[in-house]
Design a protein around this ligand. Sequence first.
Ligand code: FES
Length: 198
Amino acid sequence: MRPAWVEPAASNQPQRYGPRGGTAHEDVFGTERTRSAEEVPRRFSEAVRAECEEICGRYPQRRAALLPLLRVAEREFGCVDLGAMRLVAEVVDVSPAHVWGVFSFYTHYRRPGTGRHLVQVCRTLPCELRGARAVWERLRSRLGVGDGETTPDGRCTLKRVECLGSCGTAPVVQVDDDYHEGLTPEAVDRLLAGVLGA
Ligand code: FES
């Protein structure tokens, strides 16, 4: 069910927002399976609460700790879902809609339904000029999934993303927390064999 704090569509037609052209809700949750998922209440342990307070203390305003706390939530819950966003909103003392607005801008947080490995392929111009299209096509054909999709065994989610901030070593693919740079289609084969065991 669409949570109350998600902005309703202005008309009967769903509004289209993100790069995949989905509604805001769809763009956060990504897949048909998770699109209809109910919100799961989330809680931090006392230790994690203390960690959150320590992180908040590094900033002049609690709301400035939003991004690192989303990372904490991702680590604790395996992804950032609606319940995690609501919890982080409480911790940094902003509205859940504010958290949603910030979270939906970033592609690097794990969404519900993300596979065990998240493979992000940069599609911004410097990478495109250096062969990102061929790298993307090799990954797409080897994994058998498209943009934003997860392999049937749940092993990998493949995504095209904007600049990963390493344009000097284009084309760049990020697998989980690691960058793989200067890739070619042949290097993609080695990457899949070595890192993903595919
Ligand atoms: S354009 Fe690909 S890392 Fe910047």
